[in-house]
Ligand binder design. Structure first.
Ligand SMILES: *Cc1c(COP(=O)(O)O)cnc(C)c1O
Length: 379
């Protein structure tokens, strides 16, 4: 049996241990410190546009603190992309608010600007209030249709909490994902583009927002000589050890992105002649996905295999692949939430598969994966 090929493994760059050692040597084994500050500076330089970045315990925590600062609370509605990982929407529930799910469009698989506007108008008609925030996602690294989404958001004066957890380094019209919303969330979980073992960051527009984010992330302690609290706080700061890993990862981020994009190009070449199998592509020149994961769609009417058939064939060869995120409006936990759409996300979910895409995979391994796919469709 061949060595297991994983979907998306973390890959260390080599510099991480030196930063961690420094943290030990200087006794900074706490949830703040020089690595945290330096990691944030690295991220700010990377995202650009003068954004401020606060390193946190997870991407989920980043979305939570973004929504909190946008005033989301009990009784509010928040528009979320349905086609995503649950962590995009769960923080809405943490705050006692209700997600309103919007379908995807077929080009990027992300939030449909048309159904977004339909949802906003219908919620206003039904509840008398506009939704409080819009949470678009850049699924698998693919930028959403940001011009259209931002235009709808501006028209109704609703802020955007951008979920860029899968999209560090992705660009839309030459600008980095995460820098479009009032806030943007990044994730450094173990299977993301880069990792801090677990972690995330909130991209903020202003220094004041960054300061508030740190305040809420460190138990909302007021500036007094004794512990004094006017707000409910959270323990969400990134540790100086994790940030040390992050600094090492920032040294190889550009390489990792380039490698994932190269893997996507290779899959595209290898699968171009396989009838019924299509590799998801940037739909136009303004989209530049980091291709965190390369995804395919499988037309079982054409190739007589389903995405899940291919998944099982890959698994039999010790290759990990994964069906796409099951849309949130199809999840029992969110069954009572409103949904606006035409079934696009569900259709894509039913035929999609994520392929092994980790930056440490070799061309040989990618060829092996493509070979099994070809064999499983029998052509
Ligand atoms: C991973 C992920 C998150 C959450 O990030 P964590 O760091 O795992 O909390 C949020 N949204 C999406 C779309 C993700 O893929």
């Amino acid at each position: 049996m061949r060595e297991r090929i994983y979907l998306s493994l973390a890959q260390m760059g080599g510099g991480e241990q030196a930063f961690i050692k420094e943290a030990f040597d200087t006794n900074w084994v706490v949830p703040l410190g020089p690595n945290v500050d330096a990691f944030e500076k690295d991220l700010e330089a990377f995202v650009g546009e003068g954004r401020h970045v606060v390193a946190l315990a997870s991407g989920t925590a980043a979305i939570h603190l973004g929504l909190l600062q946008l005033g989301v609370g009990p009784g509010d509605e928040v528009i979320c992309q349905s086609f995503t990982f649950a962590a995009s929407a769960n923080p809405v529930a943490y705050l006692g608010a209700k997600p309103v799910y919007v379908d995807s469009e077929a080009d990027t698989w992300n939030m449909s600007p048309r159904f977004l506007e339909e949802a906003i108008l219908d919620r206003k008609a039904k509840t008398g209030r506009y939704p409080k925030v819009i949470v678009p996602v850049h699924l698998y690294g693919m930028p959403a249709k940001l011009d259209e989404i931002c235009a709808v958001a501006a028209k109704y004066d609703i802020p955007i909490m951008e979920d860029a957890a899968e999209a560090i380094g992705s660009e839309y019209k030459g600008r980095k994902c995460g820098a479009f919303g009032e806030f943007g969330a990044l994730s450094f979980n173990g299977n993301k583009m880069i990792t801090t073992s677990g972690g995330g960051a909130l991209v903020c527009r202003t220094g004041e927002e960054a300061r508030r984010t740190m305040f809420y992330a460190t138990q909302a302690r007021e500036n007094r000589p004794y512990y004094y609290h006017e707000h409910v706080g959270y323990n969400y700061r990134m540790s100086n050890i994790c940030a040390g890993i992050g600094r090492g990862q920032m040294q190889v981020l550009a390489e990792h992105i380039a490698r994932r994009r190269a893997i996507h190009v290779l899959y595209t070449e290898l699968l171009v002649d396989v009838k019924g199998v299509e590799v998801m592509q940037n739909p136009a020149a303004e989209f530049d996905s980091n291709f965190w994961l390369t995804c395919i769609t499988v037309d079982s009417g054409v190739c007589e295999a389903t995405a899940d058939d291919i998944r099982l064939r890959l698994e039999a060869e010790n290759i990990e692949s994964r069906l796409l995120w099951r849309p949130m409006h199809m999840q029992p936990v969110y069954a009572d939430c409103p949904f606006y759409g035409d079934g696009t996300a569900e259709r894509i979910f039913n035929k999609g598969l994520c392929l092994p895409s980790g930056s440490s995979l070799t061309d040989e391994q990618i060829r092996a994966v493509a070979g099994v796919i070809k064999n499983s469709v029998g052509r």
